[in-house]
Ligand binder design. Structure first.
Ligand SMILES: Nc1ncnc2c1ncn2[C@@H]1O[C@H](COP(=O)(O)OP(=O)(O)O)[C@@H](O)[C@H]1O
Ligand SMILES: [Mg+2]
Length: 334
């Protein structure tokens, strides 16, 4: 069990609903860019996602859970169960979702929770007879679509779907650095549910990035393929078993080039044969079922743009250089 301290449990009280419309939105002239302002499309938003916020038309403002807790809440998370991946995905998709708190600082109202379901593993007693099935639970992040902040350059209500598409892509490439992620209904409506992965707090993530840790190279290439507009240091989670997991892929897969990342250490370097082989395999998968699976979460033009990025990387097998006409690094970079 991991004992997690969150600054802000932030959930509406029992029986209450989301806050009233507009109750928690920035006042006119605060941190929203003015209508028709000359703000650079590539400029960073108030929380630096890199994609600028746009003011939602009145009446269409998404609601989000607020009511920050006055006290720090101590939340105890279960250890993720050792299930085969298909069973874990089933648990994420169909388990009962209980919310525990809101992640402080999340710009899209990410919520921390637990999913519970029936343990699919057979249980045997000493006498060899079968016991009734037990329960299994897993810690998760739930990002309801209703909590997404509108961005000027990404279609509204699509960020959770992009996170699921990123998981599918990471599985298809075999890099598998994105935690299992599904799209499902939840207490605040449809959204993405992703396995919570405990990061090892003793690892200096900035040092990993600055030192070009080789475990980050596949993530850097994934970001080129996915056109990730928001690869911050804080979206890299080193785990106790020595892996590095990537999270927050809500602004990937735009049709226009948007790559913004802290992982530029390999810029201009040729792709290895192994990397090229993975991309070749990815191109094949995109001819078949993978394109269909991604099509459930992305627009057809976005799947086509993904295909073109893979083809280009196979034609010119090098990590790209930063585009001098666009910000290369998300802000803030952490
Ligand atoms: N699956 C996860 N496992 C562990 N920590 C996570 C996970 N997803 C997000 N986090 C943590 O929560 C923070 C906020 O989540 P993030 O996905 O960045 O939300 P937002 O879309 O609001 O930017 C991340 O920076 C990361 O530290
Ligand atoms: Mg984030």
């Amino acid at each position: 069990m991991a004992d997690r301290s969150v600054e802000d449990s932030g959930l509406p009280a029992e029986g209450s609903d989301w806050p009233a419309e507009g109750s928690d939105w920035p006042a006119e002239g605060s941190d929203w860019p003015a209508e028709g302002s000359a703000r650079s499309p590539e400029g960073s938003g108030p929380e630096g996602s890199g994609s600028s916020l746009r003011r939602p038309p009145s009446g269409e403002r998404p609601r989000r859970p607020v009511r920050p807790a006055a006290e720090r809440a101590r939340i105890v998370l279960p250890t993720p169960p050792l299930l085969p991946e298909h069973a874990l995905l089933e648990l994420l998709a169909a388990g009962d979702l209980e919310l525990l708190g809101r992640l402080a600082g999340s710009s899209n109202n990410a919520l921390l929770g637990v999913v519970r379901g029936v343990d699919p593993r057979p249980r045997q007693t000493d006498s060899g007879s079968s016991d009734p099935p037990g329960c299994v639970e897993a810690p998760v992040v739930y990002k309801p679509v209703a909590g997404e902040r509108p961005l000027w350059d990404f279609p509204d209500g699509t960020l959770a779907h992009r996170e699921v598409a990123a998981f599918l892509l990471s599985e298809a490439t075999g890099w598998r650095h994105v935690p299992p992620t599904v799209f499902r209904d939840g207490p605040f409506g449809p959204g993405m549910v992703q396995l919570w992965v405990e990061a090892d707090p003793s690892v200096d993530r900035v040092a990993l990035v600055v030192g070009a840790d080789p475990r980050l190279r596949p993530i850097a290439l994934f970001d080129v393929v996915a056109n990730n507009a928001d690869r911050k240091v804080g979206h890299l989670l080193p785990t106790r078993d020595g892996a590095i997991v990537g999270v927050d892929h809500g602004i990937c897969f735009h049709v226009e080039p948007k790559l913004r990342t802290v992982l530029w250490a390999w810029r201009g370097q040729p792709l290895t044969r192994e990397e090229q082989a993975r991309l070749t395999r990815l191109r094949e998968l995109l001819e078949g079922g993978l394109a269909r699976d991604l099509g459930a979460h992305l627009a057809p033009a976005e799947v086509d743009a993904l295909r073109r990025r893979v083809e280009r990387l196979l034609r010119e097998p090098c990590f790209p250089e930063p585009d001098p006409d666009r910000p290369a690094i998300p802000w803030p970079p952490y």
